[in-house]
Design a protein around this ligand. Structure first.
Ligand code: ARG
Ligand code: ASP
Length: 713
């Protein structure tokens, strides 16, 4: 088998890669597979990736605002990340007169850089394996006792460490709790916006092209880290100075070739590579399809109005993108898991493990039993969770439900209330109650028809009829304080939210009599009694067995080098620049170009419009030094790096540690890499550094930024 795919893929993909990367890998930077990295092309010692004694590449890689990754590309703390990672900050500086998302933004000097209160970047100062301290005295303990002891040990470990005032320690489980690692983190808090292309470049192709290759998006934005006079973290102050990094990444202008070695350094969020076959099969055939089906309905309903009404379009653009992002990923995941026969392969792997180690059978039997028992509950959780998440009327009702509980428990102090009201105002700002009444009506019908019968609250059958729901929910919505359409104390949440909340007890009474709240309470309480406790207690047992299964895989499959699943900690993954063959007779090249950007251009379209200036540069072929030998400017490229959500903004580096690309996405034929990385289908997508420099220089006339960098020709 290996030989066969070896021959087929050799047409476009060098064979060594397909072989070496059978399982992908997101490695802890202190434990990379140096031998394989070298064999695949790394030219520097692995020590240069992570060194606590001298400057190393990790000193240039940060977690950006808790979610994405970013990297330092100049001695003055200049930071590169994705446009979609900086999106909220770019938006927050926008006004109707000057919409930075639409127009882009380029500071002409440091004085013009824009502060972003609340935004942080985290450096990893050190990583230590601390398993023995954390698991000390846990032998024989189970469930709650085990968790309690581990948490105590973690607290004690943290207290025992001497750290600087600007450092914190985070202890994370690896391999499902078979190991523990401690991270020393340094958090900088003065992060200023330096530059961003207009969305027509930074988000070019928007939802249509999201998760898709061939891709033509300039998904980048730039920030700068500021520090106090001693180069240490400080709250924002105009007296702060640009941060002097221990290391920054040189930016490469070299032309990429298929097969070039590359590695990606960053903070991948979550993967599940070591699940048993049965879990993969449940995701593929039950959970993903359930979640997709709910979002199908929500997206279709929103889209109808967004297409016909410009104001709705603006209000819902970001929400729509967020619903669509996971929806599209799950669709790719189902297709990929099916096509790569992930569960079948896992089953064979399980048989191989059992043949070597009969104890594995006991664990797998237990996991099979538990997953089957959990299945109906897990399915109900998926339907319920997605229904409440995507019907905002229900999301709001859920918030008010928690409000009632907090007031009645005497826990609603002034500060909590303020936070609560602010969150609500945030929701109302972009909420169209009438439109959402439709979404809610349809999703309730879907839930009533799809959720396993035994989980529906008494009398819920009446919501099976969508047409009837549209009437019912619109009526409930129209008169409810929850949706902001009904009034309380002579005000609505839109006209004066403080007045609505002036008398908490009266508001609680009003809410309790609200038929919409009654409907939601029945739904929620039904879910809590029938499903919530059951699904979690089964999950606890699954987790305990998954920990065992993980340990057994590691001790039985001795030839395989294991990496821990992603958990938002710093990782290194590596691969080769490569196109792909995702479907019969369909081949994707590895590189797209500016000419392809122009091919997709649709004047006036909200996804594929382009700035005039870019078209002019194209018409004049004013590419300067940023073109490839084919005379075109490279835009995006793909490689076999194993990445996931959180790797957005991650640097893609060459064999010497120079920056060659900015990671921002994967192609959807390979998104099952979160569960089953497959080198045949899985590709990460990066913005070519040449395109980034081309935009900064030729499009934005911001040479001063390039002058700060070390450009490698
Ligand atoms: N699919 C990428 C990721 O998961 C990019 C998302 C942002 N872009 C978009 N068009 N919504 O996060
Ligand atoms: N687009 C993702 C992110 O924002 C990356 C991925 O899932 O490949 O982190």
């Amino acid at each position: 088998m290996i030989k066969r795919s070896f021959l087929l893929s050799a047409i476009i993909v060098p064979a060594v890669m397909a072989f070496a990367q059978q399982y992908g890998g997101m490695w802890i930077p202190t434990e990379v597979n140096e031998k394989e990295m070298k064999a695949m092309g790394l030219k520097i010692p692995a020590k240069q990736l992570f060194d606590t004694q001298k400057a190393s590449i990790k000193d240039a890689v940060v977690q950006f605002d808790g979610g994405c990754t970013a990297e330092i590309i100049s001695p003055k703390g200049l930071l590169l990340t994705n446009h979609h990672c900086g999106y909220d900050n770019i938006q927050s500086h926008s006004t109707v007169e000057n919409d930075l998302l639409t127009n882009g933004f380029w500071a002409k000097n440091m004085g013009e850089e824009l502060p972003n209160p609340g935004v942080t970047v985290d450096f990893i100062a050190d990583i230590k394996e601390v398993t023995s301290s954390i698991l000390a005295g846990t032998q024989g303990l189970e469930s709650a006792d085990l968790t309690k002891k581990i948490n105590e040990n973690i607290e004690n470990y943290k207290k025992s460490q001497k750290i600087e005032s600007y450092q914190t320690i985070s202890v994370k489980p690896m391999y499902y709790g078979n190991k523990y690692y401690a991270y020393i983190i340094e958090t900088y808090k003065d992060v200023r916006l330096v530059g961003a292309p207009p969305s027509s470049i930074g988000k070019y192709g928007s939802d249509t092209d999201n998760w898709v290759f061939p891709r033509h998006t300039g998904d980048f934005s730039m920030f700068r880290i500021y520090a106090d006079k001693n180069n240490k973290p400080a709250e924002y102050s105009k007296d702060n100075i640009p941060y002097k990094p221990k290391h920054f990444l040189p930016v490469s202008m070299k032309e990429k070739k298929e097969g070039d070695f590359t590695f990606v350094y960053g903070f991948p969020g979550r993967t599940q590579e070591y699940l048993p076959a049965i879990a993969v099969e449940k995701i593929r055939t039950e959970i993903d399809p359930a979640m997709i089906s709910v979002r199908d309905i929500a997206l279709k309903t929103l889209d109808e109005k967004m297409r016909s009404d410009a104001a709705t379009k603006i209000k819902y653009a970001s929400k729509y993108a967020s619903i669509a992002n996971s929806w599209k990923k799950w669709k790719g995941e189902v297709e990929g898991l099916t096509k790569s026969d992930a569960a079948g392969k896992k089953q064979k792997y399980e048989q191989m493990l059992i043949s070597k180690n009969p104890a594995v059978k006991t664990t797998l039997d237990e996991l099979n039993r538990l997953y089957n028992e959990q299945a109906p509950y897990a399915l109900n959780r998926a339907y319920y969770g997605e229904t409440v998440r995507n019907a905002e009327t229900l999301t709001l009702a859920n918030n008010y439900y928690n409000f009632i509980a907090a007031v009645e428990a005497g826990k609603m102090d002034a500060k909590t209330l303020e936070g609560f009201k602010n969150r609500l105002s945030g929701v109302y700002k972009d909420f169209d109650a009438e439109l959402d009444a439709k979404v809610t009506a349809k999703l309730l019908a879907h839930y009533a028809n799809k959720a396993p019968k035994q989980f529906l609250p008494a009398g819920f059958e009446q919501y099976k009829n969508e047409a009837q729901n549209l009437q019912t929910i619109e009526n409930l919505s129209k008169n409810s304080v929850i949706t902001g359409r009904g009034s309380m104390n002579g005000a609505t949440t839109y006209s004066d939210i403080n007045k609505v909340f002036a008398d908490q007890n009266a508001l609680v009474q009003n809410l309790k009599n609200d038929p919409l709240m009654k409907l939601f309470s029945a739904l929620r309480e039904g879910y809590m009694t029938s499903t919530d406790g059951k699904v979690s207690s089964l999950q606890q047992q699954i987790d305990a067995n998954q920990k065992k299964f993980m340990a057994q895989q590691m001790e039985t499959d001795k030839d395989r080098k294991f990496f821990p699943d992603a958990n938002s900690t710093l990782r290194v993954t590596y691969g080769k620049v490569a196109g792909s063959n995702p479907r019969d007779a369909l081949y994707y090249g590895y590189q797209t170009h500016l000419s392809g950007v122009i091919e997709k251009y649709i004047p006036g379209d909200y996804e594929f419009d382009l700035p005039k200036k870019l078209i002019e540069l194209y018409n004049k072929k004013d590419y300067g030094i940023y073109k490839n030998s084919n005379g075109d400017v490279p835009v995006n490229f793909t490689a076999t790096n194993h990445t996931t959500g959180g790797n957005s903004g991650s640097p893609a580096l060459d064999a010497y540690g120079n920056l060659i690309g900015l990671n921002f996405d994967r192609q959807w034929e390979g998104t099952m890499s979160d569960i089953n990385y497959d080198p045949k289908f899985s590709r990460n997508i990066m913005v070519d550094t040449k395109y980034i420099l081309f935009i900064i220089d030729k499009f934005a006339n911001s040479r001063w930024l390039i002058d700060e960098m070390k450009v490698v020709k």
